[in-house]
Every structure is written in structure tokens, then in C-alpha cells.
Design a protein around this ligand. Structure first.
Ligand code: NI
Length: 394
């Protein structure tokens, strides 16, 4: 097939030619989901497909990651495009012929779509490489759900040889119909921190509270006070979530226990709000010694930072999607989920494209056992990302 001269037609024709094959690859990956850092078979499929395309690649990065390289015919910047590969501990209930064959595991976040989409981008850009400027680094990342894969890939030198200048990421979204796309200026996903608080009291008989220090009453007051972190301490224009998701303490109705433990998560989009929330949680917990006589040990752990899109990458990429597919991309607000693509975007300017995957007449959700995306999102994602890559490198 001769390549069309204009990029719109060339990318569309190249994608159409491989679309059925990509869907077959996706169904194969979907039927064989693997958890974080166990993506051995999936990485094998990726390596096999890159091999078929003649794209040089390295395996075993961050245990099960794969990185491929497409070098253009002219010099230019290096663009990393990242897909995640891991599945979730969910038992699939779609009943589809290509449903998970592994009990209790499912690609319910659509990382099978991501892996396949990046393989499609690899195939298209590999064909266009002679006319392309710069270099594409194809990043197949393990362990996004466990939020650990990107950190290790970076530690193992993902950004070097060749040095990465900018990055593209993407995620499917069943809340957007297949055929449409979304973008968000600035922060798009939250920083995700966690905390554990051990509230120490003094145990004793429930009938003699004056001889004890009650950690249950102490924990109850502290948890209620933690609601003032969002309502009274951070800038209302900076969204923050403080959720206590677990609390454990006590065994019997007639005993005041020695300790209560509670755990929670803090989500934030802006660095100042993140600092204020952490300081306030520590202060409220530690202050309970003066007010309620309970001593708190606070273990606060910072997780991934907020995922922040950079307009230097976003604006040309959004324009490229419009050039390729028309008026199919809309601005959307941020959400308080988190993902470790943020670690990559912390180091190089990047943009995460949202790819609509909603099938007609369905109301699917991510991380749901019935998730059945519209597979048209694969070919459309390939076209959008391939065009965005070409524009960013030109
Ligand atoms: Ni995901």
C-alpha cells in the first residue's frame, strides 16, 4: 500500500489496515490478565509484536517492563509514550467470549486497551519513521495499579539513552463515548498520600472510665476534627479529600482498650494544599494529648504527586487530535484519582489524553467487573496519539 502524502490520510489508512489485528491482540491480553510486576505473558506479547515490526526494544525493565525505540529520519526531540500493562484482582462478569480466563483477575481498568493502543502507535509511527523528526520511546510499564512501576523504571534510567524531552500518556474513559476525547489544563489527577494513626490511651473497666484514658473517644473526636482540614484549613479553590477508610480498636463492651488504630488517604491537586493538609493532620492528632490525654503516633506517607499536564505538550497534541479526527475533543475537569504517570510528568513536560471508550447504550465504570469497552477506541486512540506524536516532534 503506497503511503498517502498528507498525514491525516496516511495515519488513517495505516490504522485501518491493522485494526482487526489489534483487536485480536487486545482480546488475547484481556483473556490473560496479570497483576502488578507479574506481567510476564503480557510483556512477551509486547516483545513479540515489536519483534514482528523490527522495532529494537529492551525487556525486563522494572521486572516486566518493555521499552522500544523508533528513530526518525531527521534529528529532533525524544518523545516518550507510556502505556500501563497490569490488571486488577476483580472477578470478571461480562460473559464475553474473550473474558478473563483467570479466576479473580480482570483488565477492569482497560490497561489491555492501553497496551494494544501503544502497539498500534508503534506500528503506524514505524512506517512513518523515515519522514519523522526525532525519536519515539515506547514505554510499556508494569504495576500502575500498585503504583510502583514508574518509579522503578525511572530509577533504572528510563529517561536516559536517549534522553527524553517530553512525554505523552493516555487513559481510557467509559464515561466518554468512543470516538470522543478529553483533556484538562494543569492538574488532572491528585497526589495520593496515606496515613496511619495509633491512638494510645490507658485500658480499664468500662464501668470506671475515670481510671482510664479512652482511646475510642479520643479517636472519635480526632476523626471528626479531621473534617475541618478541608473545610477550614486549605484554600477552597484547591480541592482536597481526607478520608478515614479503616478504624480498629476494642474487643468487648465492658473494656476500655489501650489503643485504637485508624488509617486514611489524602488527595490533593496543588502542592500548597498538600503541605497544609499534612501539617494539619499531624497537629490535630498530636494536639489530642493536651485536650483528651491520648497520645498519637502519626505515620504519614507521601505517595505519587499530582499528575499535571503541561500546555507546551497539551496544546499541540489537542490541535493534532483535531487535525486528525475533527472536533472530537473536549475540555474536562480534574478528578481525585491518582496514577504514577505523575512521576514521569514531574521530570519532563507531559500530557495525558483521555480516550473515550464508552459503548453505545452502556454506562460502564472503570474497576467494575462488568466493564465492556467499545473496542473502536483502540484504532481511534492509535490515530490520535500517532498524529499528536508527529506534531510534537515536528
Ligand atoms: Ni488505569
Amino acid at each position: 500500500m503506497p503511503l498517502a502524502n498528507d498525514p491525516t490520510t496516511a495515519i488513517r489508512d495505516l490504522t485501518t489496515a491493522i485494526e482487526a489485528e489489534l483487536i485480536a491482540v487486545r482480546r488475547d491480553i484481556h483473556a490473560h490478565p496479570e497483576l502488578a510486576f507479574e506481567e510476564v505473558r503480557t510483556a512477551g506479547v509486547v516483545a513479540r509484536e515489536l519483534e514482528k515490526l523490527g522495532i529494537p526494544h529492551r525487556t525486563g525493565i522494572a521486572k516486566t517492563g518493555v521499552v522500544g525505540l523508533i528513530v526518525g529520519g531527521r534529528p529532533g526531540p525524544v518523545l516518550a509514550i507510556r502505556a500501563d500493562m497490569d490488571a486488577l484482582p476483580i472477578h470478571e462478569q461480562t460473559g464475553l467470549p474473550w473474558a478473563s480466563r483467570i479466576d479473580g483477575l480482570m483488565h477492569a481498568c482497560g490497561h489491555d486497551l492501553h497496551t494494544t493502543t501503544l502497539l498500534g502507535v508503534a506500528a503506524v509511527l514505524n512506517k512513518l519513521a523515515p519522514q519523522m523528526a526525532g525519536t519515539i520511546k515506547l514505554v510499556f510499564q508494569p504495576a500502575e495499579e500498585a503504583i510502583g512501576g514508574m518509579r522503578i523504571m525511572l530509577e533504572e534510567g528510563l529517561l536516559e539513552n536517549p534522553k527524553v524531552d517530553l512525554a505523552l500518556g493516555f487513559h481510557n474513559g467509559p464515561d466518554i463515548p468512543a470516538g470522543r476525547f478529553g483533556f484538562t489544563h494543569g492538574p488532572v489527577l491528585a497526589a495520593a498520600d496515606k496515613f496511619e494513626v495509633v491512638v494510645h490511651g490507658v485500658s480499664g473497666h468500662a464501668a470506671h472510665p475515670h481510671t482510664s484514658i479512652d482511646p475510642i473517644v479520643g479517636a472519635a473526636h480526632i476523626i471528626t476534627q479531621l473534617q475541618t482540614v478541608v473545610s477550614r484549613e486549605v484554600n477552597p479553590m484547591h480541592p482536597v479529600v481526607v478520608t478515614v477508610g479503616a478504624i480498629h480498636g476494642g474487643e468487648a463492651v465492658n473494656i476500655i482498650p489501650d489503643t485504637v488504630v485508624f488509617r486514611g488517604t489524602v488527595r490533593s491537586l496543588h502542592a500548597p494544599a498538600r503541605d497544609i493538609a499534612e501539617a494539619a493532620i499531624r497537629r490535630l492528632c498530636e494536639g489530642a494529648l493536651a485536650t483528651l490525654r491520648v497520645r498519637c503516633e502519626v505515620d504519614y506517607t507521601r505517595g505519587v504527586p499530582a499528575l499535571v499536564n503541561d500546555d507546551r505538550v497539551l496544546l499541540p497534541a489537542v490541535a493534532a487530535v483535531r487535525s486528525q479526527l475533527g472536533e472530537v475533543i473536549d475540555e474536562a475537569g480534574p478528578v481525585m484519582g491518582a496514577e504514577d504517570l505523575a512521576l514521569l510528568f514531574e521530570r519532563v513536560p507531559g500530557f495525558q489524553l483521555r480516550i473515550g471508550s464508552g459503548a453505545p447504550g452502556r454506562a460502564d465504570k472503570l474497576h467494575n467487573s462488568g466493564y465492556a469497552p467499545d473496542e473502536a477506541c483502540i484504532g481511534l486512540g492509535v490515530q490520535a496519539l500517532s498524529r499528536a506524536a508527529l506534531e510534537l516532534l515536528s
